[in-house]
Design a protein around this ligand. Structure first.
Ligand SMILES: Cc1cc2nc3c(=O)[nH]c(=O)nc-3n(C[C@H](O)[C@H](O)[C@H](O)COP(=O)(O)O)c2cc1C
Length: 327
């Protein structure tokens, strides 16, 4: 079970997936406090970060659990990527992760993200530049390939290992699948067989049973969980407990759940400021209320509220009258 990368100890090897607009500092803090092995930041566009474009700095800002934070960088230019990695290392990132999996057209049209899988020689030069730029472990996140005709994740992973990459995470879909269908955990085994570094399986892992099946199918060393943890920041610790009998997380119920949600909400307002904080918070509040079984009218009132103080009061009422809290 132990996975270590330099001074970073990823035990338990259950990792919060990078998710743009979601895995910001307040949420990573919350998930790592429950007991995740590592949390990966949402992707930071390397050039924009180095040029200090508005809004980019906050996304990379490290949380209190910096030792358990990987910062993910995206881009297609080796120079910008290396410089971004250098600066993030200076800010205390424990690990630099390279994005080679994002399927969004606005990213792939610029030949970044998963489009790098179509130009592996170029991708390797970029990886080498990042590895040379920092003393930290560098990791890589890819998909199985661009499409069914180019399933080159094993080859890229093998070359990345030779270039000094210390761990690869594979989302078990191709770029052309986007998020459709189901993740193919069996296909990740070819990557496991191609390298000696840790391999992490990702895609559609939503509980301990799915994590166990993903590990059996892929032979991977750990799992990465994204959407399944939305509204359930304890899920990664629960998966680790189910698989490796690590301490069970205290899943908050009743007033403790309301307190956790309120604290997360206030952390988002504090981190982003009032207006942007409220916009970002709506996503998380919606997931919490879905999980709590909040009745639609109360849910609507919370999600359309404009005054942050009133939203907090409405949220307390909505959760107090929900099934989860009453249980
Ligand atoms: C809203 C959203 C944003 C995402 N942003 C990123 C990102 O910034 N970098 C990245 O490598 N993957 C990103 N992903 C992909 C996830 O990291 C993960 O690979 C994918 O969601 C599959 O895992 P899951 O089924 O556990 O969610 C994103 C996914 C979602 C749903």
């Amino acid at each position: 079970m132990p996975v270590t990368l330099g001074s970073a100890n990823l035990t338990p090897p259950v990792i919060l997936a990078p998710m743009a607009g979601i895995t910001d500092r307040p949420y990573r803090d919350l998930v790592t406090r429950f007991g995740a092995g590592l949390a990966v930041s949402e992707m930071v566009a390397s050039q924009e970060m180095v040029q200090a474009k508005p809004g980019v700095r906050e996304r990379a800002e490290l949380g209190v659990e910096a030792a358990r934070t990987a910062v993910q960088i995206a881009g297609r230019d080796a120079g910008w990527m290396a410089e971004a990695a250098r600066r993030l290392a200076g800010q205390g990132a424990a690990i630099i992760d390279i994005n080679m999996g994002c399927p969004a057209k606005k990213v792939t049209n610029g030949y970044s993200g998963s489009a790098l899988m179509k130009t592996p020689d170029h991708a390797l030069r970029l990886i080498e530049a990042v590895v040379a730029a920092v003393d930290l472990p560098v990791t890589l996140k890819t998909r199985l390939g661009w499409d069914e005709d180019l399933l080159n994740a094993p080859d890229i992973a093998r070359r990345a290992e030779s270039a000094g990459v210390r761990m690869v995470t594979i989302h078990g879909r191709t770029r052309c699948q986007f998020y459709k269908g189901t993740a193919d955990w069996d296909a990740i085994r070819a990557v496991r067989d191609a390298v000696t570094i840790p391999v992490i399986a990702n895609g559609d892992i939503t509980d301990g049973a799915a994590a166990r099946r993903a590990l059996e199918a892929s032979g991977a060393d750990g799992v990465m969980v994204g959407r399944g943890a939305q509204g359930k920041p304890w899920l990664l610790a629960q998966i680790a407990h189910d698989l490796w009998n690590t301490p069970a997380p205290q899943i908050p119920r009743g007033g403790a759940f309301t307190d956790m949600v309120a604290t997360h909400y206030e952390a988002m307002l504090g981190f982003y400021g009032r207006d942007l904080g409220l916009r970002v918070a709506r996503k998380h509040l919606g997931w919490y209320m879905d999980g709590a079984g909040t009745i639609p009218a109360l849910r609507r009132a919370v999600l359309t509220g404009r005054d942050p103080g009133a939203v907090l009061r409405l949220l307390g009422d909505a959760l107090a009258s929900s099934g989860q809290v009453a249980a």
